[in-house]
Ligand binder design. Structure first.
Ligand code: SIN
Ligand code: MN
Length: 290
């Protein structure tokens, strides 16, 4: 899949592109069927909500689940990102966010690249976020919200919030959000929340300011979030565990377009558990190689 000139311009202006129903319900079913099994596992990659124990986010399933390993190599997702960056990409982060019915907690206002710069020493924002809806996303189940155009502001000041939810996040303060929303159009488009059926895909810039409310509805809002980084822009520090910030910078090699419905063989290096070295962290900067 290639983006048109109009789509590239829209991405530059708004910081995101929305593709409703890009994957069929049959393609997505192979992923959805696997989620309860992943969430039931007792592994460090499962981060649970503060209250109730529902899984908030599961990391790195593409390294131990065949359907998600195939999704991680899907050309409908990878090719447009490679097109925008003009080079190959590797998987910087892979997560399946539960946003469970009744229990799914908030994601405060933030940018992802701030964390990748501060923690992982990723040199530039040449990394793309992709969200793929495994459930319908509607106005009630905590849709992702964006401030359109906010990616053009670059890296914004943020504070490390370690208490609001079970997952620490660099968040942007309310006054700055208010100002940005006003500038983006206030009540007339200053916040957008793309909603759509199972199989929809969002591409969004790693500096785009985003958040989501809690899910008080009776419907889960499971979405996969993949962060694809240009290979030359790989992280320069392993301050975070490997299931949160990956250390394998090999370019993603795409599978054929029908890979969610055919059992293509994929490598599952963490199938028998998380390797101990993945938990090792360091404040050292990586040696630059020529
Ligand atoms: C994220 O920002 O990484 C997740 C947001 C969400 O799941 O709503
Ligand atoms: Mn985010």
């Amino acid at each position: 899949m290639q983006l048109t000139k109009a789509q590239r311009e829209q991405f530059d202006r708004d910081g995101y592109l929305f593709f409703p129903a890009l994957f069929s319900p049959q393609e997505i079913a192979t992923l959805t069927d696997e989620v309860p099994h992943l969430y039931a596992q007792d592994r460090p990659e499962n981060v649970r909500e503060k209250q109730g124990g529902a899984v908030r986010t599961n990391f790195a399933a593409h390294l131990y689940s065949a359907p998600f390993a195939r999704l991680a190599r899907h050309p409908r997702m990878v090719l447009p990102v490679e097109q925008l960056f003009g080079e190959s990409v590797y998987m910087h982060q892979f997560k399946i966010n539960g946003k469970n019915a009744f229990d799914g907690d908030v994601w405060q206002w933030h940018q992802d690249y701030g964390t990748w710069l501060n923690d992982d020493l990723m040199p530039t924002p040449r990394a793309m976020n992709v969200a793929i809806f495994l459930d319908e996303v509607n106005e009630h189940n905590g849709p992702l919200m964006f401030i359109p155009g906010s990616h053009r502001l670059g890296v914004l000041e943020a504070g490390h919030d370690t208490t609001t939810t079970s997952y620490p996040l660099w968040t942007i303060n309310n006054d700055n959000i208010r100002t940005m929303v006003e500038k983006a159009g206030g009540r007339d488009g200053g916040i957008v929340a793309p909603k759509g059926p199972v199989g929809s895909m969002l591409l969004f810039h790693s500096c785009l300011v985003h958040a989501s409310s809690s899910n008080l509805s009776p419907w889960n809002r499971v979405s996969v979030y993949l962060s694809l980084c240009a290979v030359s822009n790989h992280i320069r520090r392993f301050k975070r565990v490997e299931w949160i910030a990956h250390r394998d910078f090999s370019p993603i090699e795409c599978l054929p377009d029908d890979c969610l419905q055919q059992d293509y063989v994929v490598d599952l290096p963490w199938e028998n558990g998380t390797p101990p070295e993945a938990a090792r962290t360091s404040l050292e900067r990586l040696e630059e190689t020529a």
